[in-house]
Each structure stands twice: as structure tokens, then as C-alpha cells.
Design a protein around this ligand. Sequence first.
Ligand code: BG6
Length: 288
Amino acid sequence: TKDRNGIDQVVLRNPRGASAQVSLHGGQVLSWKTDRGEELLFTSSKAIFKPPTAVRGGIPICFPQFGNRGSLEQHGFARNKIWVIDDNAPPLHANDSDGKTYADLLFKLSQEDLKVWPHSFEFRLRVSLTADGYLTMISRIRNINCKPFSFSFAYHTYFSVSDISEVRVEGLETLDYLDNLYQRERFTEQGDALTFESEVDRVYLSSSDVIAVYDHEKKRTFVIRKDGLPDVVVWNPWEKKSKSMVDFGDEEYKQMLCVDGAAIEKPITLKPGEEWTGRLELSVMLST
Ligand code: BG6
């Protein structure tokens, strides 16, 4: 299918009717729905669907730079570019294919782009939906150049929540984090689950591979499982910053929370021919 700007999108549907939608613009997941048709990802009502602007919502991929830590544009260029369908993706483990419906995407830099970032790579992304409706993303980045390069990475996941003040994040207790609101100064988190009452813009360092986002009002828990992604970004713009973003509604901060599996503090370095893999698995549980 195509979106309103004629950009191709792939729709995945599992036998029970859960679905996901991936755009070739940025390899960005724009929708993830349960078998009851409930949307689990947030997209702003003011999102701009015109490349190169990244869509405000879903799961933009930040690569090869996170934030403004480097000379590239904010969050790198991957989310701004048009990717292609990867017709001959090298095989993955059976675990990563069996019983899943998936799409393989590929991103490479054009000759023109190589002037801005002189490192050739192949970025292969597999987005899958399991029989249980789990959304998994596997990124494989290979250095196909003759010199090493380094990058940082994040799956900038916008979860849809009913009311940010009723949300709790578990799995980041007692970790160190870099606070973007304080010049990336390093702090240590307290022992309690994270709750929200003002702007948050942090990178938690070296977390465990399972994080939970609990939405009390919806009685719903998102479970994030990650592999190869030591850090976790937590972002909510709150009131003031929301008003300064053109593609975000003034009140929408109440309905979203970004929690990203990421590799930021220690950039990944790939030697010629080397490949890196970063996996994310999202699931949702309803409690009674
Ligand atoms: C966060 C950054 O992860 O992403 C924030 O730490 C930033 O500082 C946010 O505002 C959104 O970034 P962007 O480029 O999509 O507006």
C-alpha cells in the first residue's frame, strides 16, 4: 500500500488479526495493533508525513547518531531516507523466522549521501509479527567499506498511553543515567519504579534486557525485550516543550511515552566486513 505522499508501506497481519505497518520512509513502524484492533503506538495528530521530515510517532530509527551527539542532523539520517524492500535478505536463525509474518527492508547510502557520511554500510531491518502479536525488530548493520566506523542507535519507540501521570516504568531502578535536561550530567536513579510529573529526557545506562511500561488506567503492560542494546532512552516533552514542537499537539504529551532500546553511551564500532545486530521485541499484556 501507499501513504498519502505515495510512499510504499508494508502491512503485516498475523492469523489472529493483529497487524503492523512499516513505511519505506525511514524503515519506520507506524502502527502496531492488537487482534482487537487497538493501536499500541502513538502518532501525533500533527505528524508531518512528508520526507525528509521523520514522522512524529511510531518507531523512528535513530542511526548513525543519537540526538545531537555528533556532526550529523538530530538522531542521524536513517529516519529521513527512503529505504527499499530487501528481496534477498540473508537468512536469520529459525527462531527469527518461524511462525512469523515479516518484512525485510534495506537501507544504503547513495553516492551523494556518502559525501556527508563517508562510510558504506548495509542496514537490513526485519520487522515481524508473531502468532501472539509480538512486534519484533532486528537490525543488522554491516560495514562494507575498507575502514572502520562507529555509530549510535535507538529504536525511538512512541508508546501510546492513556494518561502519562498513571504510567510506571519498571526495570530502570538504581541505574545511572545521563540527563539531557542537565547537559548530560550523570545521575543515579532511586530504587522506585519511574513515574512522570514533568519533562524527562534521559539515557539510562547498561540496563537489563527486560523493561516494562505499565499503564494503570488501561491495565496494560508493554514488555520491552532487547538484545545488543544496553541503554534505554526515556523521553516525554511535557507541557512547555510540546508547545515548541510544530508536529506535536499541545496536550499530546499526556498520551505518549518514548522508551527506546538503544546503544548510545558506548558507540558501536564495526571493522571492515563486521556486522552488528540489535534486536527489540515488544509485547503487551492485559491484567485484570
Ligand atoms: C529524544 C531526545 O530522545 O528525542 C530529545 O533526547 C528530543 O531531546 C526527542 O527532543 C525528539 O527528537 P526529535 O528530533 O524527533 O524531535
